[in-house]
Design a binder for this molecule. Structure first.
Ligand code: CAA
Length: 248
């Protein structure tokens, strides 16, 4: 068991919720961010976790906004403690073919999925360096590896996120900080539920497993990567996609 502080951005989402549960079950003191506490019903979410036996803190933060992240970091470190585990999980889709895509939908996806990695990680990296310990996990996507129809914004953000991972891993390796990416395939969440039904059915039919993955399939890899003794797995991209996309 450990009691290190773990911050999960977007920890109240489909994959994030399971990451929070599993981290809390392993003893981590877990904090999630949320953008709009009322709209996201974060108090109800927190109460539901409490009823499952998990005490999870939350803090309001727009991860696409640097100043909001600065304030969030001050609050978390003052109220809970220094962040030693960071899971950059907040992500959105705004799918459309490029020839129909609004600039607002490009900017929103790059802001939440990619700029957030800088905005959030920048708040904690110096402390991790000074303490000589840190575990950072970035939730990328299979669609950052392969590209996907309607997702020039999302695919670019998720591929960019892994570039960020590799560079920061090199910068941090001598400080006992690891930085890794996970590339989920199609996981059963609200995000995949929002894919038009006919397209979603085609995608599921094309999967070697014939089914969507589950949030716990991702959370278990997060737990593996953030362990104290997972100190030589660094700069990696771990695919979790039911054999959908295999490569050397
Ligand atoms: N594979 C093959 N063909 C596709 C396709 C796909 N995934 N998506 C769209 N097309 C084809 C359509 O079949 C259609 O072909 P025809 O013209 O021959 O009929 C053509 O592209 C135009 O498609 P639409 O009529 O649907 O056009 P649209 O502009 O209304 O919508 C779209 C296009 C936004 C791409 C829409 O089809 C869509 O939302 N597709 C799903 C995109 C997707 O997979 N998103 C993943 C979200 S989950 C996620 O991102 C999580 C993760 O990390 C994995």
């Amino acid at each position: 068991m450990t009691n290190r502080v773990a911050l999960v951005t977007g920890g109240n989402g489909g994959i994030g919720t399971e990451i929070c549960r599993q981290l809390a079950a392993a003893g981590y003191r877990v904090v999630t961010t949320c953008v709009d506490p009322d709209k996201e019903k974060i108090r109800e979410w927190q109460a539901a976790r409490k009823s499952e036996g998990y005490d999870i803190h939350w803090v309001q933060c727009d991860v696409s906004d640097f100043e909001s992240c600065r304030q969030m970091a001050q609050k978390v470190e003052a109220e809970v403690g220094p962040v030693e585990i960071l899971v950059n999980c907040a992500g959105i889709t705004r799918d459309s073919f490029l020839h129909k895509m609004d600039k607002a939908n490009w900017d929103a996806v790059i802001g939440v999925n990619l700029n957030s990695a800088f905005n959030v990680t920048r708040q904690f990296i110096q402390g991790m360096r000074e303490r000589g310990f840190g575990r950072i996990v970035n939730i990328s996507s299979i669609n950052g590896q392969t590209g996907q129809f309607g997702q020039t914004n999302y695919s670019a953000s998720k591929a960019g996120l892994h570039g960020f991972t590799m560079a920061l891993a090199k910068e941090s390796a001598r400080k006992n900080i690891t930085v890794n990416s996970i590339a989920p395939g199609y996981i059963e969440t609200e995000m995949t539920a929002a894919i038009p039904e006919d397209v979603r059915n085609e995608i599921i039919k094309s999967l070697p497993s014939g089914r969507l993955g589950q949030p716990h399939d991702i959370a278990r890899v997060v737990l593996f990567l953030v362990a104290d003794d997972a100190d030589y797995i660094n700069g990696a991209l771990i695919p979790v996609n039911g054999a959908q996309f295999c490569s050397f």
